[in-house]
Design a protein around this ligand. Sequence first.
Ligand SMILES: [Zn+2]
Length: 404
Amino acid sequence: MNNCHLLEISFDYNGQKQVITPVILQDENETILVDCGYPDFVTFLKDAAFSKGVNLDSITKIIITHHDMDHIGSLAALKREYPQIEIISYEFEAPYIEGVEKSLRLQQAESTLDELPGEEKENARQFIHFLKSIEPAKVDRTVSDNEELPWCGGIKILHTPGHMPGHISLYLPASKTLIAGDAVVIETGKLEIANPQFTFDMEAALSSVQLLLDYDIKNLICYHGGLFQGNVKEALIELVHSYRSKSSSVKEKAMQIRQLDNHKQAPLDLLLLADPSQQLVEEYIKRGKCFAAYSGENVVGVYVLLPTRPDTIELVNVAVAVDHQGKGIGKQLVNHAVRQAQLLGFKTIEVGTGNSSVAQLALYQKCGFRITGVDKDFFIRHYTEEIFENGMQVVDMIRLSQDL
Ligand SMILES: [Zn+2]
């Protein structure tokens, strides 16, 4: 860890002592800062760097793990003071850092505002005001999952979504160091999931922790908590177990949604629940991306995404196993599909369903889809047998779509 400096910055936040740990990586040519604190933290950063023998004037790059305000707050100010800095983020994060897209944290805060009781509402309003004040900054270079950057002995980018969909962690193979960002935090000496109530996708967050188990990590650096003391692997396993047992205790066994490597693994029986034409199903699973939801070893749901036109992808099949229906799995699958489409860079996601599929029509609209049209007699033209559902014949296809 010779070239890796932990900048522990203590400060007062709303009357409470807080500590954050940005990191500086250095080699002969590069001085790279990973995350940069709240707004107005430039002096803190300079002082903390100075105490480690690093002059912040030599800074060449900033890598951002995700666009929360405590990670990008001083980004624009740093760029103004040091225009040579190259700002680097995961591709999915760039529009949020640049202010082209509204911050996901801001969207989240705004969407829950109405449900809050009086006093909390006022705090939430102040939080929203604060989030709106974060100054955007232009991202100079985007990185992708598993990309290896040549600086400072090598930096491998790991996409670790959950806390935010575009969250990344940095693995430094030479020193077996993981800069975790907010993929995990340290609380009273133990590893934890950062702010579970604000985590966008808990399942993804746990899968990300599980992914970290594939790496030999000697030094684990958390943005909130600093350097972890103890056996990293054991602590990561314990963290996953604590959540898995928590969720099974409320009888909702933790579900994991994973992309299948090969269309031959696709659960045909489930896919045929949503689409009775075996020929059509077999045809589109070969061309599309198939995701399955697992509860333990059991496949409990599936969906298929199929690119149809430039920038457009279609959700061509969503199915939940009969004995697992009514538990919200369909909604998780649709939301997961929308996020995947976004991550894959598509601009529009479409879906079509039968005129009789009342529950599906409600579900898609709850997940943000809008009806765009009716393909009359679609099921008569494309299916040899008559199909009935909810006491109605399925004849027309209702088309829905959503901008990403
Ligand atoms: Zn944070």
